[in-house]
Design a protein. Structure first.
Length: 131
């Protein structure tokens, strides 16, 4: 049984049956995991920051966002799930904002982060052990 597990829904997608399936980022002790379709995938160390750094852009404080949720990260900082409705959009878009101990906050579309983390998590599970 897992104790003191915190999780944040970072994305959701439509399954083949038309149901919505959530994707969560979970924090337990010093470990980050991705939970997709009920399966927990341990993320490699530094994966979240690497993805956010690769795809992220600075947060524009003038843009209005609605915070959906947030989670404290193991080594400081936090990840927030926000919704933003730009003037030219009809539907709000989901973004993740990484607040780091050092450096400015970074913002990335949630679908991009969920996809990249899913790829890294599955690759780490199938990789042969290092000698």
């Amino acid at each position: 049984m897992r104790h003191n597990v915190r999780r944040l829904q970072i994305h959701e997608y439509t399954t083949a049956t038309g149901e919505l399936a959530p994707i969560f980022l979970a924090v337990e002790a010093d470990e980050l995991s991705l939970i997709d379709d009920g399966t927990r995938f341990t993320l490699p160390a530094g994966a979240l920051e690497a993805v956010m750094t690769r795809y992220g852009a600075p947060v524009d404080p003038a843009e209005p966002v609605r915070r959906v949720g947030s989670i404290a990260l193991p080594h400081g900082g936090a990840l927030s799930h926000v919704r933003h409705l730009a003037g030219y959009d009809v539907v709000s878009r989901d973004y993740l904002i990484l607040e780091r101990a050092e450096g400015e906050p970074l913002c990335v579309m949630a679908t991009t982060v969920a996809g990249a983390l899913g790829h890294l998590a599955r690759a780490a599970c199938s990789a042969p052990p290092r000698a």
